[in-house]
Write a protein that binds this ligand. Structure first.
Ligand SMILES: [Zn+2]
Length: 232
């Protein structure tokens, strides 16, 4: 069913069973189930898509409200993830499941500008105030332990790890500005830039340590030729 709200939240659940993602997806897909999730993360680190992100899943049901919202309203705006867990308190998950969950969350944040980064305060009064907290938990909407104390207590760390990876990826994708000459080249580089013989990337980066092509070399030679009377 299409969502009635833009995606701006994530909700992590525990599945209460050490299943693979495929087992989880098959379970939710079986006829008559009144439950689903956008994603299932298996104990073995497998990840399954159960309900496409553009559609709401029926994951966070319950009779309670938090921040004036019901679990059903939460699912209209949240990407919900069921993670395979132990069947008893504190519903621990495997390290492989945790790693897969974090990778999945990084991917979700990158593809959904309405989420961007993860924010967690552990405060159910903040439900819906996504600029302060955009992670919610099922226990706020129903008398349930979900997502279990194990995952609940790690929410802050999960957010920090996801955000750190997002920062690192953003940093790695930034073009490196290469405008600092080696000591032995400084005089020559200063002369060439002062006389506009070399334009670099045209946006301020001199590309000093990038290889030069024959056509670039010709352009620089011609600039030198044309400006030879005026060089300073
Ligand atoms: Zn749940």
């Amino acid at each position: 069913m299409p969502r009635k709200h833009d995606i701006d939240t994530v909700t992590i659940h525990c599945i209460v069973g050490q299943w693979t993602a495929k087992q989880g997806v098959d379970f939710f897909a079986s006829a008559g189930r009144q439950a689903s999730a956008n994603y299932v993360v298996g104990f073995d680190g497998s990840i399954g898509l159960c309900v496409e992100e553009c559609n709401r899943a029926w994951t966070s049901g319950g009779k309670l409200t938090a921040g004036g919202m019901t679990g059903s309203q939460n699912d209209q705006r949240a990407i919900t993830i069921e993670v395979a867990s132990e069947t008893a308190h504190p519903y621990a998950v495997t390290d492989k499941a945790m790693e897969a969950l974090i990778s999945l969350l990084v991917d979700i944040c990158r593809r959904n500008p309405g989420i961007g980064r993860l924010r967690w305060e552990g405060d159910k009064a903040l439900v819906g105030q996504v600029e302060r907290q955009n992670m919610t938990v099922h226990r706020w909407f129903a008398n349930k332990a979900c997502p279990g104390d194990y995952l609940y207590n790690l929410h802050g760390q999960i957010a920090a790890e996801v955000n750190a990876r997002l920062d690192a990826m953003e940093q790695a994708e930034k073009p490196t500005v290469d405008s600092t000459p080696s000591d032995w080249a400084k005089e020559g580089v200063d002369w060439a830039t002062r006389n506009k013989l070399m334009a670099g990337d045209g946006k301020g980066g001199l590309m000093l340590h990038s290889p030069i092509t024959r056509e670039q070399f010709c352009v620089m030679l011609k600039r030198y030729h044309d400006e030879r009377e005026n060089l300073v």
